[in-house]
Ligand binder design. Structure first.
Ligand code: G
Ligand code: MN
Length: 243
């Protein structure tokens, strides 16, 4: 499996200036018979079979080595609770940064809410150690777990990523607009940055800008692309929707 894992990158754009501020690294498994296998399928499989550390290291290393030669500020990488529970995770992450000669301030690790709410000690220790060398953390898919807005100030993170189900629920009369507004307002008073995931339409994009969301990500702006295509995007050689 490791040889068939590729890392694609999805651009993250600043909402106000429309600049590519960073990318999120996303693992892709190219299976001989099944074609592309989505991470939602193979990540739980890797966790079950004990391959997650190996897979996680591979993605982190590839992404950091790619990012050093790219003119982007931030590289975001997803890490699972199992990886963060490994006592040697912070050490391993530090050695990958050293090997890639990457400034730790450019790295943002995305973790799920449940990783943070369980707060097992190893996980906490790893986060603390990495934050002390200026690695940033983001809560991924915010709103899908047992999220409570009241807990936002206590989360030891720099950014929240608002789950795409809220963005895609705009206009469906379930109060998604009000929820997203509340998340963004609460994040602002707490000093957290916000990214909206899953932006697929121009009206979602316009509304999120109006609400004061900092960063936008989604198929409207760009799908995840291989490194070569990302380079073309950065050099303006490939077309991008000017949302
Ligand atoms: O859990 P996380 O938010 O890291 O998942 C990222 C996944 O979301 C990737 O597999 C990516 O392909 C997918 N994704 C990215 N942008 C969009 C979008 O605009 N719409 C939908 N439906 N999925 C998206
Ligand atoms: Mn993510």
């Amino acid at each position: 499996m490791p040889g068939q894992i590729q890392v694609h990158y999805q651009p993250l754009y600043t909402a106000d200036t429309n600049r590519m501020a960073g990318v999120e690294a996303l693992a892709r498994w190219s299976h001989a018979e099944r074609g592309w296998v989505a991470p939602d399928l193979f990540v739980p499989l890797a966790e079950k079979t004990g391959l997650i550390d190996q897979l996680g290291d591979l993605v982190l290393r590839k992404a950091c080595l790619d990012a050093v030669s790219l003119p982007i500020d931030t590289l975001a990488v997803n890490v699972s609770a199992l990886q963060l529970n490994n006592p040697s995770f912070a050490m391993k992450m530090t050695s990958i940064l050293l090997e890639a000669q990457m400034d730790p301030r450019r790295l943002e690790l995305e973790v799920t809410e449940s990783t943070l709410s369980e707060r097992p000690t190893e996980c906490q220790r790893n986060i603390k150690a990495l934050r002390s060398i200026a690695v940033r953390f983001a809560v991924d898919d915010f709103g899908t777990g047992f999220s409570s807005l009241g807990r936002l100030p206590t989360l030891d993170v720099d950014r929240i990523k608002i789950d795409r189900s809220f963005v895609q629920g705009f206009g469906r009369c379930n109060g998604e607009e009000a929820i997203v507004q509340a998340i963004i307002d609460m994040a602002r008073v707490t000093g957290l940055n916000t990214t909206a995931e899953g932006v697929e339409t121009q009206s979602q994009c316009d509304f999120l800008r109006k609400l004061g969301c900092d960063q936008l990500q989604g198929f409207l702006l760009s799908k995840p692309v291989p490194k070569e295509e990302l380079q073309n995007l950065l050099e303006g050689r490939s077309r991008r929707v000017s949302a």
